[in-house]
Design a protein around this ligand. Sequence first.
Ligand SMILES: *C/C=C(C)/C=C/C=C(C)/C=C/C1=C(C)CCCC1(C)C
Length: 248
Amino acid sequence: MKTLLLNEIIGLEKILDSDPVAITFFIGYMAMFASAVFFFTERGSVDLKWKTSLLISALITGIAAVHYYYMRDFYLSTGQSPTAFRYVDWTLTVPLMCVEFYLLTRPFGAKGGTLFKLILASLLMLITGYIGETSGIENNVFWGIISTIGYLYIVYEVFLGDVAKLARGSNRPALQKAMFLLKIFITLGWSIYPLGYMVLPGNLLSGLFEVSSIDLFYNLADAINKIGFGLVVYTVAIAESKKTAVPA
Ligand SMILES: *C/C=C(C)/C=C/C=C(C)/C=C/C1=C(C)CCCC1(C)C
C-alpha cells in the first residue's frame, strides 16, 4: 500500500517534470482556488451594492477551481483532454461573466432582456463548440463557425449594443475604464479559445502544435480571463466604494 502510493507520487513527479500541460493544470487549479478565496474575502472591503459582483467573481473562479481539480486528475490518468469537464465549467462560468456585465451596467438601466441575449449567445457558442470538439474531424470547422457567430454576437453587444450604450451614458470614469478593460478581455483574451480550437486535427491551424496543446491554450486563456476579469470588477468596486465611504 505504502509503496503503491510512493510509486504514484514518483510517477506524478515525472509527469510534472516533462509535461508542461500537466503543470498548467496544477497552476490553474491553485490560481483559481486562491482567486476565489481572495474575491470572497474582499467582499468585506466594498459597499453593499458591489458585494454581489465580487461574489460572482468568487463563484466564477471557485467553480473553475473545482473543475481544474477534476481536469487535472483526468489529464494525469488518461493523457487526454478533459473536454466534457471543460465545457461543463464554461457553461457555468461564461453565463456568470455575462451576469457581471449586467451588474456593472444595471445602475444605469441595464435590462434583463440584454442579460438573456448574452446568455443565449454564450450557450450557442459553447454547445456548438462542444459538438465541434466531439463529433469528428469532418464537422470540426462547420461547428466552429457556428460557435463563432455566438462569440461575435457577445463582442457586438459589448462594443456597440445595449451594454456599450449604457456604460457610455454613465459618466462614471471608473466604470468606463472597467468597460474598456473588459472589452480587451472579450476580444483578445477570449480569442485565445478559438485559436486553441483551430489546432484540433482537421481544423485551420492543425499541425502547427501538438494536439494536446489545446489544453495549453485553454488553461492559459482561463487564467487570464477568469482571474483578470474578476480583478477588473474588483478594481472598479474598490474605486466606487471609496467614493461613497463616509469618513468616521
Ligand atoms: C472562463 C471561460 C471562458 C471565458 C470561455 C470562453 C470560451 C470561448 C470564448 C470559446 C469560444 C469558441 C469559439 C469562438 C469557436 C470554437 C469553439 C470555442 C467554444 C472554443
